[in-house]
Design a protein around this ligand. Structure first.
Ligand code: SAM
Length: 237
């Protein structure tokens, strides 16, 4: 893959970046996304942040190879520490990691989000952690997408700051308020896959030697299974 032939997943992330944005792509091995955004005239400048030396070197190499060194700054830094106030970042993309890690990057670097108008986040799993962070930190969900590429299912969450209080119930946190309304075929497939796994794990836990942890874990799984059944019953009623 290169910046000209972006994966469908990263292409969808790119579609949510607004024209003229100054973008920080965090966890930017190869810097494919920022290179694409610059080549297509979507972003005006970008920072590519990487925590690991090897991918950081790959990102630098890619930016050099694409002749974009004057537009993209590559920094070796953890999370949002890659952003400096003078960058004037207006949009942050974080893709290809777990939702819990993305939420912790946002939580730890919140001070660096000043002036940022949009977050485009693509968790591979556990998007719920991001929705929870959004509710607690004054961001609301302006768009959600679900897509399938090479048999993997991905979610994309687009957040913008809001002064209003945001509330999401347990179903909206788990499934996503917009995805829940749309309930497209990929959404159904994702949750059928998840439910099959939850049921198998819950069954193993039921047969395991019981202790407090096992009981709590099983109750959590049963809670999620019940929510899922409600969603699909609602849909069929
Ligand atoms: N964003 C690209 C994509 O979606 O294809 C790369 C995804 S890759 C699986 C995740 C990258 O994030 C790795 O290169 C990893 O080193 C980097 N990473 C993980 N935690 C990070 C953090 N806290 N700060 C910056 N980069 C991080």
């Amino acid at each position: 893959m290169n910046a000209q032939q972006l994966s469908v997943r990263l292409m969808k992330v790119a579609e949510h970046v607004q024209a003229g944005a100054v973008v920080a792509d965090i966890g930017s091995d190869h810097a494919y996304l920022p290179c694409h955004l610059l080549h297509h005239g979507i972003a005006s400048r970008a920072v590519a942040g990487e925590i690991v030396k090897g991918p950081y070197e790959s990102a630098k190499k890619q930016v050099r190879a694409e002749g974009l060194e004057d537009k993209i700054t590559v920094r070796l830094a953890p999370g949002l520490e890659a952003i400096e106030p003078s960058d004037g970042i207006t949009a942050v993309t974080i893709a290809g990691m777990g939702g819990t890690l993305i939420a912790s990057i946002l939580e730890e670097g919140e001070g660096r989000l000043e002036g940022v108008k949009r977050l485009i986040l693509q968790p591979n799993v556990h998007a719920q952690a991001i929705r929870q962070w959004a509710v607690q930190n004054g961001w609301h969900i302006v768009a959600e997408e679900i897509l399938k590429e090479k048999d993997k299912i991905y979610e994309i969450l687009v957040l913008e700051p809001t002064a209003e209080e945001v509330q999401l119930d347990a179903k909206q946190l788990l499934f996503g308020p917009q995805l829940l309304k749309q309930q497209n075929d990929i959404f159904k497939e994702k949750w059928q896959r998840e439910a099959a796994q939850w049921k198998a794990i819950a069954e193993r836990l039921e047969n395991a030697q019981q202790n407090e942890d096992i009981r709590t874990k099983r109750e959590q799984l049963l809670g999620k299974i019940a929510l899922m059944e409600e969603v699909f019953v609602d849909e069929n009623s």
